[in-house]
Design a protein around this ligand. Sequence first.
Ligand code: NAD
Length: 491
Amino acid sequence: MSSFDPARITIPCAHFLHGRQVCDDAALEVRRPADGQAYAGLPLADAERVDEAVISARQAFRRANWARCAPRERARIMRRWADLIEADIDYLAALEALGSTRPIDQARAWDVPYTAEGIRFFAEFSDKHGGEVAATAHDSLGMQIAEPLGVVGAIAPWNFPLSMTCWKVAPALAAGNTVVLKPSEMTPFTAVRLAELAIEAGMPPGVFNVIQGDGPTTGDALCRHPDVAKITFTGSTVTGRAIMGACAETGPKPVTLELGGKSPQLVFGDIPDLDRTAKTLAAAITGNAGQVCVAGSRLLIERSLLEPMIERLSARFDDLAPGLTWQAGTRFSPIISETQTGRLESIIRRAREAGAELITGGARFETEFGGCFYRPTILQVDDSDNPAVHEEIFGPVLTVQAFDSEEEALALAEHEVYGLAAGVHTADLGRALRAVRHLSAGTVWVNRYGRSNDYILPTGGYKRSGIGRDLGRAAFEANLHHKSVLIDLNP
Ligand code: NAD
């Protein structure tokens, strides 16, 4: 049993600067999504605190020997960090489950081990990359040397707080940079524990700092800080735009932006097993209650399968029940906040006014324990301009549109703003590959939906779903400069 009493969990309500927790007066209230209770106060780093964190990271970059230590030693410290994270699973998983939308069973089975293994994955690049010798004239030697950027500013969202921290922080550290991370003000605490464990693993103080606060004050100050060499951000497209603007005004400096999505799932009439595909489709929009950047939120289905698939999906959706995130057995997540639930309700209302037909769901769950839980919802839609098809809802809401030909399916799949991921379900290999070629998406899954634990495949967006890539070698490379060196051999 992994149920726990949330009142017994110690909350690290602090920044983490230069190797230790630093407390300020609480400025923001942090609530548990599962029951809506305020459980901690959060300090808000102003420009001065942000400056202190950046100075700590800059000094660590220059003096702590992180960038210059033997790369194998850097990798060893990061691997030890991953081991300590796994060993701390009872506390880390509980802290994550208490303060985020992740049920405890899932935090233990996936979030904590996935985070540790992601750190190991990037650690392994530390000593397995180099520059190159270039084809210069015979009397010279031309080389490209890879070097870390300096201080990387990382800004993370609230969905999957642990693993998103890993995606932002681990490649930057493995490449020899130092980092100042701002977690989401809604899920701020597991990052502090990660930073403590990094120190225990032997990472020098100042290499990984955490500053707490909101976007407009703390996040913006981090983006504008002149000594921050790069910003790596995961969050909404609107915020990504603001961050890019701030980095342009005060830099320019490079950005990696992992942004929103509205990902289609194309289901063709030749799929061999309707039940298996129904299971995949349902999981793709109800996992974490749809609060997943790559949620498969738009089902495009060949007309002959429309009725039987809706029947199967409705049965699966109706089987999900709310539960406290600290109770073993809870499978369905709360919505992160009352504000986000209100936003979701507003889009559904507008969608129905614009002609969407409600098939199932469309309301909150009533619970004894509070929190915001939204019923998994299916909206059947004819018009691609409908708000539910167009806007990222970030909740358990699936739109369904029927098509009559492959051409129509591919046209419907195109979204004018987003291009994060897509799914194709068919038994016809040629059709699958035609779809892969056609779809504007950073990731296309065929006869599955969702990532495996292969960290090597990069993830990122086409269109306004982002710039750059997380995961894979690309994420590591994005944290390096390349210096060209030309040496005259005949002095
Ligand atoms: P958000 O954009 O509201 O906030 C993300 C982070 O940015 C938070 O830490 C926030 O405090 C900070 N922030 C807000 N305004 C800022 C500003 N002006 N300057 C600097 N920082 C600022 O996003 P969210 O609601 O936390 O997360 C959900 C969004 O994240 C969804 O759109 C989802 O699709 C996206 N997301 C994308 C990926 C991906 O890999 N593409 C992964 C997870 C989530």
